[in-house]
Write a protein that binds this ligand. Sequence first.
Ligand code: AMP
Ligand code: FE
Ligand code: FE
Ligand code: ZN
Length: 288
Amino acid sequence: MSATPRIDLHTHSTASDGTLSPVELVRAAAESGLGVVAITDHDTTAGWAPALEALPTGLTLVRGAEISCRWYGEEPAVSLHLLAYLFDPDAPELVAELTRVRAAREERGERIVTLLRADGVDVSWPEILAGAGGGTVGRPHIAQALIRAGLVATTTEAFGPDWLGERYRLPKEDIDVFHAVRLVRAAGGVPVFAHPRATRRGRIVPDELIADLAATGLAGLEADHEDHSPAERAHVRALADELGLLVTGSSDFHGTHKTVRLGAFTTHPEAYERIIAEASGVTGAASG
Ligand code: AMP
Ligand code: FE
Ligand code: FE
Ligand code: ZN
């Protein structure tokens, strides 16, 4: 590893809604010059083992996940994503919650398809499920079916208001965010709020909630992310400073389901070291 490794702490593989397998992901990370990469698939740790096994020399893998959470302080409840690093993947309560969320995602996906079909849109749930290949199912998989059917040209278009962004958007049964922060910490993991000010993705939570989460055990905030404007990034940094939270920057790479490239945003080594120091779930980060 070079003296100042490039660190990307938010990426997805085919274990959820990315398009590179975990093996391809770690190889692509090494090829793009990263020194550290985190695999953070939605609500699953299924990509950890194959990624670890294929880890190229010189690359450090941070095992993580992006947990689907909800804040119930507003009606309707606000959806948010919690990145969790280096937690014990066998912690029973956390495993049970992730299993429940994955099952709920399948039910919700099937309901979205039912709504689409009721409007005459020819998409097939079994085909979409097969397209997810056993990974955590999400709207990007349904987006691919809309593209195959020639109804939209791109994933971005499929997330527009006429499709999965609004008209055919259904809520998931996520984990209460306070419960999730506690479960991640109890499993020795380090929780970081993903893209907390991404207004372009939907409703966001107030800063007071972030302060409450910090008091509950939240470790950091993701500031540099393509869904944050420069002003939003600056706001997140200032808030993290005020609350004593660490700050990350990451690509949120999803392969061809998004246009962002690996390492498009990176995390400062000091913040990374803090994550490593606070983690006790799985032994540190693994190096190839
Ligand atoms: P879901 O987890 O099923 O609610 O789907 C949300 C996922 O869709 C996110 O994790 C992103 O990977 C992806 N996504 C959200 N908005 C967009 C967008 N505008 N374009 C492409 N992918 C998106
Ligand atoms: Fe995703
Ligand atoms: Fe996310
Ligand atoms: Zn993500």
